[in-house]
Design a protein around this ligand. Structure first.
Ligand code: GDP
Ligand code: IMO
Ligand code: MG
Length: 391
């Protein structure tokens, strides 16, 4: 069984928590794109783990793969491995020799960004070198002569990182396919979200990789015929960090209440996240392009006490009603058309089944299902592992 877990909005949907939840049921967890621009939070028995490179399956002791589609800053990865070891977890990981290296110059270049609001982790510049066919790959770190030829005076530092990581570096593509052939189950952990995808997102306000489910194939070397299921992670409202259009954004006290209730501050950069109503136009489209087979709704508990709740069902663009996702410049002009639903006041963080939820919360879930034309299989009502309702 191969499952892709993918964000359907602008990232931070709660992918880490959901991957950890399903992580119990699979043998392998693999990241397929991005780098430490990702910040995935998992809360286990009240203890919080923030992961940037390592797949969230690491916390279940699963075999974890950092796929060829990733970009990796060796020093930051070594620090994250140390952090995990210090917390009593022995990392069982394999890093693709084909993943690209984030170099110091990439960090320096990214530090100059003023337009996109990047995470400043060197992601865009590293992918730029990859596409321009002048990048350095993780496997290259193990070839001292080649490193000296490519990096000159700074080669030593990277050769040292290579030595430190050498036991983890390998041909993940062959390994992963052999494991699948031997009947092992695998979960692909997406980073960022559909609207940060370089092709399908709100370009140019996006990240530099294919975040959508298709990226799981190119980013690990597993063919599309091997993917059985795609779970779309859907936050019960919308957030975004960084610049770019956001039709349902709330710049008022409701937006602030969502930010406070949901602790919407970036895991990687600490920036306050922009908050707004649920946008069914975006999520429906995301379900389509990712081939989502079922939805996991997260952070439903955050909406307790917000009344009424609005859902965007269409946009008005230049006097016309549209239900598709327009180009970025038009998206700035889109006025959301809302449907209002009654809220609920009850604390739902201890709910264990759908029946434990107030009627209006169940209606909200059904509304998302109908508007996105996809079944909901999981509802998360708190950051903890156990705060999960299976439908
Ligand atoms: P990711 O990048 O998609 O993995 O998401 P982040 O970890 O960046 O942000 C999600 C935040 O919400 C984290 O702090 C999680 O611990 C938290 N979280 C996840 N699911 C829930 C939920 O159902 N309710 C609440 N209140 N918090 C949640
Ligand atoms: P997770 O995996 C939310 C955003 C940045 C910026 C844009 C480009 O935790 O959901 P980059 O550094 O990638 O070049 O920045 O993308 N961004 C994210 N927003 N969650 C993330 O990851 C993000 N990773 C990048 O804020 O707008
Ligand atoms: Mg995050």
């Amino acid at each position: 069984m191969s499952i892709v877990v993918v964000g359907t909005q602008w990232g931070d949907e709660g992918k880490g928590k959901i991957v950890d939840y399903y992580g119990e049921k699979v043998d392998i967890v693999a990241r397929y794109q991005g780098g430490n621009n990702a910040g995935h939070t998992v809360v286990i028995n009240g203890e919080t783990f923030k992961l940037h490179f390592l797949p969230s399956g690491i916390l279940r002791g699963k075999f974890c793969i950092l796929g060829n589609g990733m970009v990796i800053e060796p020093k930051a990865l070594i620090e994250e491995i140390e952090m995990i070891k210090n917390r009593g977890i022995e990392p069982n990981i394999m890093i693709s020799n084909r993943a690209h290296v984030i170099l110091k110059k990439h960090l320096e270049e990214d530090a100059k960004d003023k337009k996109i609001g990047t995470t400043k982790r060197g992601i865009g510049p590293a992918y730029t070198d990859k596409i321009a066919r002048r990048g350095i790959r993780i496997g290259d770190l193990l070839d001292e002569d080649y490193m000296k030829e490519r990096l000159g005076s700074i080669a030593e530092e990277y050769i040292t990182y290579g030595r430190m990581l050498s036991s983890y570096i390998g041909d993940t593509t062959t390994t992963i396919n052999e494991l699948i052939e031997n009947g092992k189950s695998i979960m692909f952990e997406g980073a960022q979200g559909t609207y940060l995808d370089i092709d399908h997102g709100t370009y140019p306000y996006v990240t530099s990789s294919n975040t959508v489910s298709g990226g799981a194939c190119t980013g690990t070397g597993v063919g599309p015929t091997k993917i059985d299921k795609v779970i779309g992670i859907v936050k019960a409202y919308t957030t975004r960090v960084g610049e770019g259009p956001f039709p349902t954004e709330l710049n008022d006290s409701v937006g602030q209440k969502i930010r406070d209730n949901g602790r919407e501050y970036g895991t990687t950069t600490g920036r306050p996240r922009r908050c707004g109503w649920f946008d069914a136009v975006l999520v429906r489209h995301a379900c389509m392009i990712n081939g989502v087979t079922s939805i996991a709704i997260t952070k439903l508990d955050v909406l307790s006490g917000i009344n009424p709740i609005k859902i965007c069902t269409a946009y008005e663009l230049n006097g016309e009603i549209i239900k598709h996702v327009p180009l970025t410049r038009d998206m700035y002009k889109c006025k959301p058309i809302y449907e209002e639903l009654p809220g609920w006041d009850e604390d739902i963080t201890n709910a264990k089944t759908l029946d434990d939820l107030p009627e209006n919360a169940r209606v909200y879930i059904e509304k998302i299902e109908t508007l996105c034309k996809t079944n909901v299989e999981l509802v998360s009502v708190g950051p903890g592992r156990e705060q999960t309702i299976v439908i």
